[in-house]
Design a binder for this molecule. Structure first.
Ligand SMILES: [Zn+2]
Length: 339
């Protein structure tokens, strides 16, 4: 019996070692250890073994089985490794295939202009601050000297959420929020999105951007306002740019003005771009109303200041000579790629 098992083992190991693939190896496993395998046959013939020898023979069979199984596993690992190596050797990368191109976008024209405006003002020592887009009626109107019956509060122009809360129609409420929190001197700009119930056309959108600016300190005069804004437009549109102030009315500034710049296309001679005027309207500004200062907790006897509001889209349209504001919001790749 022992010799028989010895023979089965030697035979099996020889076959395992000669296997040249995983399929062949499996054949050997079935032939030896399978239901009708050689070793299984030996187990079945145990009844012919004398009862007192059975434990010993059983042990031999188990040892043989274990040895063959170990050898099978070992060989399987070897063959799998060889197969993987073979596959890797044959998988060649074709380096002549064209590569996938990743398109890289760039900043939106509005963002590029905003970054430039921020750079100019931070260069003059201004802080860039932000305020909420969903705002209290108080900050958007009342604290800016726009009482309840003022035409600017007309519901036609404002998206109300309820009696007290609205989508801000201007970035000016940020002025009030900053004045409430900080002691002068204050030098800030506040860019951001604003909302008006306007129909969409070439120059209007229900959502657009403003850049608010404000300076509060002792002895601030209109000449500081003029000097600052002249500096600003000359950096933005070129050194030769001239400015012109036209009296205007804003509830939160007194005196108030609209500022024009000399046309940077024709230098002021008059062209199609400036509609023959030679001047282009660019922003609204004025000296902060004493009542607004007082409401925000700043003594108008001690401090004064100026404020201005710039329409970001207006500057972008002018700077890049775009004639329809809608193009800025459509996200048309063919349009945006030009800038
Ligand atoms: Zn012109």
């Amino acid at each position: 019996m022992k010799e028989k098992l010895q023979k089965i083992r030697e035979n099996a190991i020889a076959q395992i070692e000669n296997s040249d693939g995983l399929a062949k190896l499996n054949d050997v496993r079935v032939a030896v250890l399978g239901k009708k395998g050689e070793l299984t046959a030996v187990l079945k013939s145990m009844k012919e073994v004398a009862p007192e020898d059975r434990p010993k023979v059983g042990q031999w069979v188990n040892e043989t089985r274990q040895e063959i199984e170990n050898k099978l596993d070992e060989m399987k690992k070897k063959l799998e490794a060889a197969e993987l190596e073979h596959r890797l050797e044959n998988e060649v990368i074709d380096v002549t295939l064209p590569a996938k191109k990743n398109r890289v976008g760039h900043s939106h024209p509005n963002t590029m202009v905003l970054e430039e405006v921020e750079r100019i003002f931070t260069g003059m020592g201004y802080e860039v601050v932000e305020g909420p887009e969903v705002e209290y009626d108080y900050y958007n109107f009342e604290a800016l000297n726009i009482p309840a019956n003022h035409p600017a509060k007309d519901e036609q122009d404002t998206f109300y959420i309820n009696d007290k809360i609205l989508l801000r129609t201007q970035t000016s409420p940020v002025q009030v929020r900053v004045m409430e929190q900080k002691k002068p001197p204050i030098r800030m700009i506040a860019p951001g999105r604003v909302f008006r119930a306007d129909e969409v056309d070439a120059t209007h959108s229900p959502s657009f951007h403003q850049i608010e600016g404000m300076v509060i300190d002792k002895g601030i005069t209109f000449s500081n306002l003029k000097g600052t804004l002249t500096q600003f437009v000359q950096k933005l549109f070129g050194k030769e740019t001239k400015v012109k102030f036209r009296p205007h009315h804003f509830p939160f500034t007194e005196p108030s003005a609209e500022m024009d710049v000399s046309c940077f296309k024709c230098g002021g001679k008059g062209c199609r771009f400036c509609k023959g005027e030679g001047w282009i309207e660019i922003l609204g500004c004025g000296m902060v109303h004493p009542r607004v200062l007082r409401m925000s907790g700043i003594d108008p006897e001690e401090y004064s200041g100026f404020a201005f509001g710039i329409g970001l889209e207006r500057i972008t349209l002018l700077k890049y000579e775009i004639d329809d504001m809608r193009l800025l919001y459509e996200n048309d790749d063919r349009f945006l790629k030009q800038f």
